[in-house]
Design a protein around this ligand. Structure first.
Ligand code: BG6
Length: 626
């Protein structure tokens, strides 16, 4: 996925607003970047590989700032990161300049047609094909007396298959056109100026008034006074009908997208977890045994949840690990069968979805294309859609019949941390509330679980206090000989083993595998030697003794062991080479504590190996293409 941003307004600040905006959006893709500024003689376009810093460096001093500019930060899909493949793409005859986030699936067909029309291409991208396809339609119908770029774009898009959020500017008129189909796009309404972007992060320092474009909507923003004397901006639906401006207020705080004194966003977000969980439970969790949990989003679909024959949970990446833990918590407390799937697999394996089934989607960004596509399929089959999402106003939140926000705050670090524990807290709240209604837990158990959950932020802080000890262990394993790690856990902490392994892979590029500890002896134990450390997630729960024996099996083969244990656990510290203690809590809540040392371990190893932990290679904060 990429980040796109545009500025059109009375102020001569287009260049700086777009460059700053790209810096804010860089977590969405950072292999190349570019800007295109509208000038008297057409477009001044500068592109480069690498991040926005590189772009900043090569901007000519004397470059006008202009009133209209578009910019792009890229996560490559078609064509390797290069200056030619970077956006913006200016069409062959120079009439339009375009930035695109998404994938044009039938770009080769369109390209073949354009080549017949004499078009030549400078890049390998689907997006340049789109720019030329629009220009082709524009020039074919162009008349000096009628400004109809919007019609040309509408005509051109009729033949386009795929996902796109695009910003288009042109040489003839002072206007910008924004179109959304599947990929996110929102418009910040300032005083005589508009900032259009993939999300709100580049907008909030200019205005809090925002419009979230819906699918198949087009915004026409004109400095030349709009069509037929209408105000500067209007939005058209797929039938070319004007739709009312649905302006909302953004609540995101500027400091939430700043590092706040930390070296990196990842470390800041790891340390924000206690307050983030407090936000997730605030206003929802009351401690009295009688009181119900206050969650309107759950109440809206409680009948569907309680009578569901089956609950499906779909997600990707770290959110999928939260889904696995959600399965254990819901099945344990509510005794309703839960089926978990990678969203990218779910869609194509023809799952058996019946009317009345519930499909829960877990997503930090709320924009992951695989998850959205699976939701559309489940919707068609009559499932109730329930979203657990962090980003307010995102597509998955809008597509769901109901849902809850995790309120973890903006997460910029590409490797998810606080949003993950927020998802665990959210699914726990939902399960406790449902179990109470179902009568599948006792009042005592209900009160205990609420009390334990309320104590999690404090216990997280206790774990975070061990940062230096954990960093010392990480320093020992940041050496070239440690190229493979095994992460092992049982029951509700098996997904934490998967998450720990993923974190290390994501930010340090060191190979790691998560496995159920009991499964280790059926294969992966072959990897074990003095250079393949094993990280055990081993709180004192019902599988404790079994984990202890698995640890001895590793030690018997000369493997090094790092163990996450419950405070005061003497037995493990006799066997393991290193132990990191977590406070005692309810078995179902341990994942919210056991994952933190693993986040810090992977963070420190990555920093020691000189990696950019906030923008790991090849990754993006969420992927809006399938
Ligand atoms: C990946 C991110 O692109 O998408 C991961 O790098 C994330 O951090 C995964 O877990 C799923 O994203 P989301 O937003 O749907 O939770």
């Amino acid at each position: 996925m990429c980040g796109i941003v545009g500025y059109i307004g009375q102020n001569d600040t287009a260049k700086s607003v777009v460059i700053e905006g790209l810096t804010r959006l860089e977590y969405r893709g950072y292999d190349s970047a570019g800007i295109s500024i509208k000038t008297e003689d057409g477009f001044k376009t500068i592109k480069t590989t690498g991040g926005v810093d590189n772009l900043y460096e090569i901007l000519p001093e004397d470059l006008d700032s202009g009133n209209i500019a578009i910019g792009h930060t890229r996560w490559a899909t078609h064509g390797a990161p290069s200056e030619a493949n970077a956006h913006p793409h200016v069409s062959m005859h120079g009439t339009i300049s375009l930035v695109h986030n998404g994938i044009i699936e039938n770009y080769e067909t369109l390209k073949t047609q354009l080549i017949k029309e004499g078009y030549k291409f400078k890049s390998e991208t689907d997006s340049e094909v789109l720019a030329n396809w629009i220009e082709f339609h524009y020039n074919r119908n162009y008349s000096e007396h009628e400004n109809d770029l919007s019609n040309a774009i509408r005509l051109a898009l009729r033949d386009v298959v795929g996902a796109y959020a695009i910003l288009v500017t042109e040489t003839h008129y002072n206007q910008m056109i924004a179109v959304r189909k599947s990929s996110p796009l929102c418009i910040g309404i300032g005083d005589g100026e508009y900032v259009i972007a993939s999300d709100a992060t580049p907008i909030i320092e200019h205005t809090r008034d925002i419009i979230y474009l819906e699918d198949d909507q087009m915004a026409v923003i004109s400095l030349d006074g709009g069509l037929a004397g209408n105000p500067d901006i209007h939005i058209l639906d797929v039938e070319n009908q004007t739709v009312p401006l649905d302006v909302e207020k953004v609540t995101m705080e500027l400091e939430s997208i700043e590092k706040g004194g930390y070296d990196t966003f990842m470390l800041k977000e790891i340390f924000e977890q206690p307050s983030a969980i407090s936000n997730t439970i605030r206003g929802r969790l009351t401690l009295s045994a009688e009181d119900d949990l206050m969650m309107g989003g759950v109440e809206n679909v409680m009948p569907q949840l309680l009578r569901a024959q089956k609950i499906f949970i779909i997600a990707c990446g770290t959110s999928w690990h939260a889904a696995l833990i959600g399965k254990t918590i819901i099945e344990t407390l509510c005794r309703i069968p839960v089926e978990v799937d990678y969203a990218s697999e779910f869609r194509y394996r023809k799952p058996i979805i019946k009317q009345g089934d519930v499909l829960m989607s877990i997503s930090q960004s709320g924009e992951t294309a695989d998850t959205k596509a699976a939701m559309e399929m489940a919707k068609e089959k009559g499932a109730t859609l329930f979203g657990i999402v962090n980003v307010v106003g995102s597509s998955i939140a809008r597509m769901s019949d109901s849902g809850i926000y995790t309120h973890s705050g903006t997460e910029i670090g590409v490797a998810s941390t606080k949003a993950f524990t927020g998802q665990l807290a959210a699914v726990t709240l939902i399960a406790i509330k449902m179990a109470k209604q179902l009568g599948s837990i006792t009042n005592e158990n209900y009160a205990d679980l609420k009390r334990s959950l309320a104590l999690i932020p404090k216990k997280m802080s206790a774990v975070l206090l061990q940062k230096e000890e954990i960093f010392k262990i990480a320093d020992e394993y940041s050496k070239p000989e440690y190229r493979d790690f095994l992460y092992l856990g049982r029951g509700i902490n098996f997904p934490i083993a998967l998450e720990g392994a993923l974190k290390l892979k994501e930010v340090s590029y060191v190979h790691a595998e998560g496995y159920p500890a009991g499964e280790m002896k059926h294969g992966p134990i072959a990897l074990v030697d003095e250079n393949c450390p094993s990280v055990f997630i081993a709180p004192t729960d019902k599988s404790y003794d079994k984990v202890l024996s698995n640890m001895q099996e590793i030690k018997a083969r000369g493997g090094k062991v790092i163990a996450i244990v419950t405070e005061g656990d003497a037995a493990m510290s006799k066997i393991a080479d290193h132990v990191i203690e977590i406070p005692k809590t309810d078995d179902l809540l341990t994942p919210m504590l056991t994952c933190i040392p693993l986040q810090l371990l992977s963070y420190r190893i990555a920093v020691n190996l000189g990696k950019n932990v906030d923008k790991p290679r090849n990754l993006a904060k969420s992927v809006t293409v399938e």
